[in-house]
Design a binder for this molecule. Structure first.
Ligand code: BTN
Length: 324
């Protein structure tokens, strides 16, 4: 955490109250001039800070930004989000995460206000304007590559649960689209760096259309997308959402490491919008129609075709169809 982030953290904790430059300087073991310089940078970033010669500094208002100081203030996690790399704009948080993955600790987050080349599953692009939540978490679970999909399912459960806590009927469309009232509000792209028998690192990229005008998306995306703002009826507090998501994700991840995958799979099944649906699966060169009847221990979708065959789908695109 940089000194600037620490200054901000103290101001956020004392929001509306003055904290003297002397107190900040002594608590952070830097000079009062250094504190003054950090305050100036924070003001330039949009923080409304009142500076008064005798009583010190008081934070009156914060920009609507996902800065490390904002997220860390009051974050109740042990590992997730202890190190946050913040970008106002970047190509893709997954790209940055991949570049730094081997040199940072597990739980490091890369987060951006805007992505210029956001990446989706199956080589699709991911529209990432301001107002959304675009973040990547670096994990080092020490498991075999074949089990990586379990972490993606776990991430999907965390995102859906965080939305349910806002009172929204969020469900998971296989493998990891989060949908509300049939429209997509979030997607997850997991990428791994691995040896033959063990994962070195895993990057879980989560995109959430939080306060995003999905009505301005190009046609094919517009029809299938919604935003948290639209579903809740007002803008959501993105900082609080990210904090809750990190707390939920960490707690499930720790449970997974201690007790295994079965109860997470159980939760995934309970939140599934796909099981029981008639689906069209496009996987490599094949298209399969049938009823989604379950998900196995590795997260593969089990589909019963019209001819009565059971197909196990490990990866692919899934569309929910009307039963004819
Ligand atoms: C999908 O196609 O459903 C997955 C979308 C994943 C988007 C997120 S946004 C943060 C991270 N950075 C990226 O470029 N992609 C993921």
């Amino acid at each position: 955490m940089t000194t600037k982030d620490k200054v901000l953290e103290k101001l956020v904790k004392n929001k509306g109250k003055h904290v003297s430059g002397e107190q900040l300087a002594s608590e952070l073991s830097v000079s009062r001039t250094a504190i003054w310089k950090h305050i100036k940078v924070l003001k330039d970033e949009g923080y409304m800070i009142d500076s008064s010669t005798h009583i010190g500094y008081s934070l009156n208002d914060t920009p609507d930004a996902l800065t490390p100081g904002e997220i860390k203030a009051g974050l109740k996690t042990k590992v997730f989000g202890k190190d946050i790399k913040y970008f106002k704009e970047t190509e893709s948080t997954n790209i940055i995460a991949r570049e730094i993955a081997t040199s940072v600790n597990e739980g490091t987050i890369v987060i951006a206000e805007l992505q210029t080349a956001g990446r989706g599953r199956l080589g699709h692009k991911w529209i990432s304007p301001e107002g959304g939540i675009w973040l990547s978490i670096i994990l080092k679970p020490g498991i075999e590559p074949v089990y990586a999909p379990r972490i993606t399912l776990l991430a999907g459960v965390s995102v859906a649960k965080t939305m349910q806590d806002l009172g929204l009927p969020a469900k998971i469309k296989w493998p990891n689209d989060i949908i509300i009232n049939g429209k997509k509000v979030s997607g997850i792209l997991t990428e791994i760096g691995a040896e033959v028998d063990v994962i070195d690192y895993l990057i879980v990229g989560i995109g959430i259309d939080a306060n995003v005008d999905t009505g301005a998306f190009p046609g094919e995306f517009r029809d299938y997308s919604t935003s948290l703002e639209k579903e809740v009826g007002h803008k959501i507090n993105r900082v609080e959402f990210v904090q809750k998501l990190l707390e939920e994700f960490e707690s499930l991840y720790m449970k997974f490491k201690e007790d295994g995958f079965s109860h997470i799979l159980e939760e995934w099944r309970n939140m599934s919008a796909t099981i029981g649906q008639w689906v069209k699966i496009t996987a490599q060169a094949r298209t399969i129609y049938g009823e989604a009847i379950g998900v196995d221990n590795e997260g593969a979708l089990i589909v019963e075709t019209a001819e009565g065959h059971l197909e196990k789908i490990v990866a692919g695109n899934c569309e929910h169809m009307r039963r004819t």
